[in-house]
Design a protein around this ligand. Structure first.
Ligand code: NAP
Ligand code: HSE
Length: 443
């Protein structure tokens, strides 16, 4: 375009005016002048949609056309870009994104569930029509990891992508570590601030992080999205006792998401992990996320920043809008979906590393020896075994001493061996509840 020729405004429709949607409207309003200069054209919201027209969202909607149905906004001839901030893998989010692509509109979304479940088919539709399907805000809030993988690291072969990809759980674990406090009360705080998903079980159960990991795996390795292949454990079972023991042993507990290229395929996993206090990832506290990649030419690259919240997420939505305003339209997953390679899964049971095990053991003769024998039978070498004193809980029904916590740290070993040993220990009847097992990651 010749210098001095003004481009028409980019006309935007926003569906979903909750935490992120309202944050986006505020950001576009407050940064309008700067964005127009940077993009060479105005980013102009023209239409909006949500369930309630009358709800006070702390932002003036009077200059926007209101749509009761997001699908109608998506197909409106008055918009160029449809921004989906409704959430959920299907329902109105999916229907409206499909309507937008069918009507020839670019799409921006913060919806990781939608992209993890339906990203391939939606990307095929977008590519077929030369449209953008941008989802920077879907992964790790403000961190520009999608752009980094899609564009900045194009010249590299990646072997691992990992990090902390859920703000709500990191906020909960950090506060439990540094302040103590009750899991449910801290989760309620995260919900009140706007960090959590509509159903916070997605955060706490590790599913939100899994959605993000599935997207990053495809961007990093050029493989088809494989959400079902992810091993997922949430933080529901993490107790104050585990956090205290981790602290004593020189670790922090984090909800780790990792995708690793191995000889037998790609391993994708989301689970609590004990990481050394000295590791960079251990310093990532509160709602902050971090994503690290191992790249053959760039080396190790780590990005950190706010992983959730209105402003942080809106920042990434605006980055996607700015790309469209500037005419940068790329295949959503960096390569055309038809060229994504089949996903080959490496089984989680082949994971090899050290383990933290907390057993609640009846205090009676032979219990320790029996546990050590079961470990030895599986070839598991123990780094330490410590009995932690607690208040007396009373004796077991068969007259054995009250259960006391026993903390075991193993050397590197195969996960399958650990699982077999713990199954046997539980069957032997020396413990009063299922063992707690947390993987140790020397990142
Ligand atoms: P939210 O606060 O629950 O807002 C959802 C919005 O969608 C509300 O405005 C709601 O309308 C509207 N909505 C729901 N069903 C609708 C329907 N059938 N038709 C039209 N509008 C409908 O959610 P959020 O936290 O902003 O999250 C939105 C998306 O961003 C999700 O995909 C989420 O995973 C993602 N995300 C969120 C964050 C974060 O920090 N919150 C960060 C990154 C990504 P009413 O207000 O009228 O009820
Ligand atoms: N609920 C998500 C989180 C929002 O806590 O990380 C950001 O994707």
């Amino acid at each position: 375009m010749a210098a001095g020729v003004r481009q028409a405004p980019l006309r935007i429709g926003v569906a979903g005016l909750g935490t992120v949607g309202a944050g986006l409207l505020r950001l576009l309003r407050d940064q309008a002048g700067m964005l127009e200069v940077r993009c060479g054209r105005e980013l102009r919201v023209v239409g909006v949609s949500a369930r309630s027209k009358s709800k006070d969202r702390g932002v003036d909607l009077s200059s926007f056309e209101w749509f009761d149905a997001p699908e109608a906004l998506a197909a409106s001839p008055h918009i160029d870009v449809f921004v989906e901030l409704i959430g959920g893998e299907g329902g109105a989010a999916k229907a409206s994104v499909e309507a937008a692509l069918a009507a020839g509109k670019h799409v921006v979304t913060a919806n990781k569930a939608l992209i993890a479940h339906h990203g391939a088919s939606l990307a095929a539709k977008a590519e077929g029509r030369g449209l953008a399907l941008n989802f920077e805000a879907a992964v790790a809030g403000a961190i520009p990891i999608v752009k980094a993988l899609r564009e900045s690291l194009s010249g590299n072969t990646l072997t691992r992508v990992y990090g902390i990809m859920n703000g709500t759980t990191n906020y909960i674990l950090s506060r439990m570590t540094h302040e103590g406090g009750d899991f449910s009360a801290i989760l309620a705080d995260a919900q009140a601030i706007g960090y959590a998903e509509a159903d916070p079980a997605f955060d706490v159960g590790g599913h939100d992080a899994a959605h993000k990991l599935a997207i990053l795996t495809t961007l990093a390795f050029g493989t088809q999205i494989s959400l079902d292949s992810i091993y997922i454990e949430g933080i529901e079972a993490i107790t104050a006792a585990d956090i205290g023991a981790a602290d004593d042993l020189g670790y922090r507990i984090k909800l780790l998401a990792a995708a690793v290229r191995t000889e037998s395929g790609i391993e994708q996993r989301v689970h609590p992990a004990m990481v050394p206090k000295t590791a960079a990832i251990a310093q990532v506290d509160g709602v902050t996320n971090c994503v690290a990649v191992d790249a053959d030419h760039a080396g190790g690259v780590m990005l950190a920043g706010p992983g959730a919240g209105a402003q942080a997420t809106a920042s990434s939505v605006v980055s996607d809008l700015a790309d469209i305003a500037r005419g940068l339209i790329l295949p959503p997953f960096a390569v055309p979906v038809a060229q994504l390679k089949p996903y080959q899964r490496a089984q989680m049971r082949e994971h090899e590393g050290g383990y933290y095990i907390r057993l609640s053991v009846y205090d009676r003769p032979g219990a320790f020896a029996a546990i050590a024998t079961r470990m030895a039978a599986e070839g598991i070498s123990l780094e330490s075994i410590v009995q932690r004193r607690t208040r007396a809980l009373g004796a077991s029904p068969d007259g054995a001493g009250a259960p006391t916590p026993v903390i075991i740290i193993t050397h590197r070993t195969m996960e399958a061996a650990i699982r077999r040993a713990l199954d046997a220990i539980e069957r032997d009847g020396h413990v009063d509840r299922p063992p707690q097992m947390i993987r140790i990651e020397k990142l």
